[in-house]
Design a protein around this ligand. Sequence first.
Ligand code: NAP
Ligand code: ZN
Ligand code: ZN
Length: 350
Amino acid sequence: MKTAAYAALTAKASLAPYTIDRREPGPHEISIDILYCGVCHSDLHQVCDEWGGAIFPMVPGHEIVGKVAKIGAGVSKYNVGDSVGVGCFVDSCRECEQCKMGEEQYCEQGMTPTYNGYEHGTQVPTYGGYSTRITVHEDYVLRIPESIPLDRAAPLLCAGITTYSPLRHYGLKAGDRLGVVGLGGLGHMAVKFSRALSAEVTVLSTSEAKREAAMQLGAHAFTVVRDKAAFKALSKRFDFIIDTVSAPHDYNLYLSLLRTDGTMVLLGIPERPAPVAAGALIMQRRKLGGSLIGGIRETQEMLDFCAEHGIASDIELIDAGYINDAYERMLKGDVHYRFVIDIATLKKAG
Ligand code: NAP
Ligand code: ZN
Ligand code: ZN
């Protein structure tokens, strides 16, 4: 099936219209007409090959929402016309301990990323959601609850689950003091979820301009962290810190904000490593962890949680042709709080 898309042909290239081929759905597969695709900072990291090993041409996009257009003969979970989503992976081995536990993102053989990877066991590249349709096995498709507007649901498939999963796994409790570092796509979802979980939320941002919006999102406090004095004022304040920053920064400064036994979870993946001082952890028995998106079961749980609590992403809906400008703005932290591509505009462009 000839499919209109937007692709980067080489590392750091501007994205431009491109045509890909999508397969007809196999017995347990679904062909989805894509309506909306969120723009994650990981798209930008990978288009720029900041993590190494990127595959080109690259069609980014792993926050996909659309309608089921065709189903294979053996599909039991979905019908034509259903509202569905696809996140950061489209397959995994299904046999390892992690897959069996529903933590497919940690598949021991490696999950199959929605783009910038290869279809499981082949050399066929995967292409993401900056495109008009995608074919995916039904087990890796999510159901979008009716009450969530589809454009505002798209970012939940990555930014949503990536922040929901660590809050659950590391056990954020009502009344805990949480610091959210970086108010972008992930950060704004972390604020919404932790508020719904009755935590006391402080946004730690480099952008004074985001103060008012942070409070409207539900933060209890907002601090600009641009100098050492700001860190000193918040010393040993938080039980938890969620770090969503996409650029290299000093982890030790943020660790100093944790109280005894506090936990900092890294979600942002800057292109370069940064040193961690042993003392920053030892002195208050602090913990430093990480977390990668979430499994299919937990992603569905997160979508249902959003429906129950009236949560959706705050988005700026863009035409496909605006994507390179959106990347420029993302680099400057000028995102409120997720760009989402209206895929109808891609159909016209393609
Ligand atoms: P984003 O929308 O661009 O937000 C990142 C925010 O980080 C910016 O809005 C900015 O917030 C802050 N920031 C940027 N540069 C900074 C700097 N030099 N110092 C301090 N703060 C800075 O990006 P996103 O889509 O939320 O993604 C964030 C990171 O998470 C990316 O690295 C992405 O690849 C990664 N990610 C990881 C996973 C995972 O599974 N772990 C999943 C998705 C994304 P302020 O203006 O408030 O400072
Ligand atoms: Zn993402
Ligand atoms: Zn596996």
